[in-house]
Ligand binder design. Structure first.
Ligand SMILES: Nc1ncnc2c1ncn2[C@@H]1O[C@H](COP(=O)(O)OP(=O)(O)OP(=O)(O)O)[C@@H](O)[C@H]1O
Ligand SMILES: [Mg+2]
Length: 454
């Protein structure tokens, strides 16, 4: 394999950059009908990564695409694939691998939005969903398959008549995640049953050495399209930290939610249990909060996400299952309630806001136990973050009500656990995450208003 060719050209003279500014999708070689689709989505001109990657992809090159969160990487791989599909129509043309189920649905929606006028058919193959209906979808031989690795393997091994032997394009979105150890055996299996002679695109906002590993294994003379410096966070993102004792995390969270009331929040927790607990706690205090984590069944997961997307809930509490790729433009604030243990997750989490040129805020809680992790994050992003300003006396005025809500949340969590256990024994599915708010009214009042001392 030839060495990868750098395509990022920071030393480019100014005039070339200015010229690039005015480039259209058509200038990049995208066919008219797809240019119209971009227009309909309100994409007036290509983003930087699209400018870099699309012409290379249309030339038939393999691509490693590295660009910041919310910069249009999905379009950068979807457009060249749809373009090629139009030139040589074929079933089971492309496979997109993603690390999470929700992201698979989102990518499928993006392909369908761009490809609606050309009648593109997609199938989403992910775990936690009825396998039978997926087999039927695959039997219809869609053009594009968007999958999480595990469930795809199930179908490759067990669904009669389904194979990917004619595949022309393989995409790994969130490539560094797909290539990490958790997916190693699955990815190896998939690579064995798809043609060697295909195009491969890897995209992410962060890349690891593992990508180079795969480069050796599966890429052919790839072009590296990198439009950001190695681990850049978005310019329009205001990032803060808050150094607080661990035992006051809940109280500070409530303070911030009151302080920034009217915004949409994504709050990241480190475990399913803490995500669920914090959601219950906030609901007990009258906030419209909803959880999303791996211990919920898939219909509840999608239900939560859709309610948040539709603005029926203003706070989404999530584990890292929601940290990558999800595109919810109205997210104003990301809170790292539990600091991420892997620094790179920080970049993805905070990238859920300030997308596509918008602005946004990120606030990271740092307790006495998190100092080292936080320093690692600052080192990774190459920035020292400012403190988020708080009025500590006002925060402390919230403690009593928060303590009461914590007590109810713990009770509900216990009841919820027992209910779940019982319903599993009955073979039922009763994990209604919003059902457990019966005691909410016992906590006085609705949403907690800040009691100003004036
Ligand atoms: N050329 C464009 N002009 C305007 N908006 C665009 C353009 N391309 C994509 N977008 C929009 O930008 C948003 C972010 O795109 P996308 O989800 O592809 O980002 P990403 O780079 O994959 O981010 P992440 O690293 O978080 O996955 C989407 O809402 C998308 O519709
Ligand atoms: Mg993406």
């Amino acid at each position: 394999m030839a060495a990868s060719e750098e395509h990022d050209s920071p030393e480019d003279p100014q005039p070339a950059a200015a010229e690039e500014e005015t480039k259209t999708f058509k200038d990049l070689g995208v066919t008219d009908v797809l240019c119209e689709a971009c227009d309909q989505l309100g994409w007036a001109k290509p983003t930087k990564i699209q400018m870099e990657a699309i012409p290379m992809a249309l030339q038939g090159r393999d691509i490693i695409g590295l660009a910041e969160t919310g910069s249009g990487k999905t379009g950068a791989f979807a457009l060249p694939i749809l373009n090629a599909l139009l030139e040589t129509p074929q079933r089971l043309f492309a496979l997109v691998l993603t690390p999470t189920r929700e992201l698979a649905f989102q990518i499928s929606e993006q392909f369908e939005a761009l490809g609606s006028s050309i009648g593109v058919q997609c199938a989403v193959i992910v775990g936690g969903i009825d396998s039978m209906s997926q087999s039927l979808a695959l039997a219809k031989k869609p053009h594009i398959v968007i999958a999480t690795p595990g469930r795809l393997i199930d179908h490759l091994e067990n669904t009669k008549g389904f194979n990917l032997r004619a595949l022309k394009y393989l995409v790994m979105d969130e490539a560094d995640r797909i290539l990490n150890m958790d997916f190693e055996t699955e990815v190896d299996k998939i690579l064995k049953v798809i043609p060697r002679d295909r195009k491969t695109f890897l995209f992410s906002a962060t890349m690891t050495k593992k990508v180079q590993k795969l480069q050796r294994a599966a890429l052919k003379n790839p072009v590296k399209c990198a439009v950001s410096s190695k681990y850049q966070t978005v310019e329009k993102l205001q990032q803060y930290y808050l150094f607080i004792p661990s035992k006051f995390k809940d109280t500070y969270l409530v303070y911030i939610l009151n302080e920034l009331a009217g915004n949409s929040f994504m709050i990241f927790c480190s475990t399913c249990n803490n995500t669920q607990r914090t959601a219950l706690l906030l609901r007990n205090l009258g906030f419209t909060a909803i959880p999303l984590h791996g211990q919920m069944n898939q219909s509840k997961r999608l239900g939560s996400l859709n309610k948040f997307k539709a603005k029926a809930r203003s706070i989404l509490l999530a584990t890292d299952v929601a940290s990558r790729g999800l595109d919810i433009p109205h997210v104003d604030v990301v809170v790292n309630f539990d600091i991420p243990t892997h620094s790179k997750d920080y970049i993805h989490r905070v990238g859920r806001t300030a997308r596509a040129g918008r602005s946004g805020k990120a606030i990271t809680f740092v307790t006495q136990y998190d100092v080292e992790l936080f320093q690692r994050i600052e080192h990774l992003i190459g920035k020292k973050l400012p403190v988020f300003p708080t009025q500590d006396d006002e925060v402390m005025m919230l403690t009593e009500r928060v303590t009461e809500a914590q007590r109810f949340a713990r009770m509900e969590l216990r009841e919820h656990g027992e209910k779940k256990k019982r319903s599993r024994e009955d073979a039922g599915d009763n994990d209604d995450t919003e059902g457990a708010i019966g005691v909410r009214n016992k906590v006085a009042g609705g949403k907690m208003k800040k009691r100003k001392g004036r």
